[in-house]
Ligand binder design. Sequence first.
Ligand code: ATR
Length: 296
Amino acid sequence: MEYINKVSGKTKVIALIGNPIQHSISPQLHNIINQKLGVDLIYVPFKVNKSELANAVKGLKALNVLGFNITVPYKKEVMKYIDDNIRETFLLGAINTVKNIEGRFYGYNTDGEGFLRSFKEEQGHGFKGKNVLIMGAGGVARPIAVKIALEGAKKISIVNRTVTKAVEIAEVINDNIKNIATAYSFLDETFEKVFRESEIVINTTSVGMYPDVFESPLINVDYFGEGQIVYDVIYNPSKTKFLSDAENKGCKIINGFGMLFYQAIFAYEIWTGIKLNEDFIKEIFEEFLLLTSKIC
Ligand code: ATR
């Protein structure tokens, strides 16, 4: 709150819109960066009802904000209210970042890039030649799946409760990048085999997220195999049941904290044009990790 005293008539504003919003830790992260760099910018959250989304975007333009983030459940819907979405976002199917350039709103997606960076940081390699299973086909699955395909994965399997949504993502990849994606339902007989054969398994479903911390998208923990890399995009709790089960079976586990962090870093660079140096990024990462460990 000390930050508030520094807000002046010249301070520029970045907004966050979504619903719910009160759980978000993005405001802390962005405002820590602003404070540390001495940038005269403030990041503020707004809970927006679905029927008010168009008006909210119009209002942000009228207020001439520098930009904004979009979180669930509007990452897809908001695209139609933006002046121009950068080309890649059509493939990614959603935007999470908007920049105001001379009164026009441009949409970007930093989720996929944030995911890739966090995976490489933790794992030391990317997805080239890998056999990958993605669980879930909601808002966050598509940018991740598309980025993994663009990175040169050998095979991508997408499993979802609503199989038509998995088919949609598989088709986007097969039609626009390479014919490497297949859709499954959790009930398919082949699901167990597909799971066991995957070198990397990524949970993008919301199952296991606080407060439902005893739930997991995978019922049979015997599917996990030693040495498998298991990633959960959830960061609260920091170790979901899914990750805990995987760890007990000898898998290498990664949570969604890094993705949250790096998508924010990339968005910050888009808004401000500042290229953050690696030492600074590491310093902020440690500080933010400490802060979230008290919350999550
Ligand atoms: P949206 O579809 O609105 O983008 P999301 O929160 O981004 O929603 O995605 C939620 C993901 O978690 C979806 O893959 C969803 O499966 P459905 O597409 O079948 O809804 C998945 N999910 C949520 N609750 C689930 C549950 N209880 N069991 C299995 N999957 C679940």
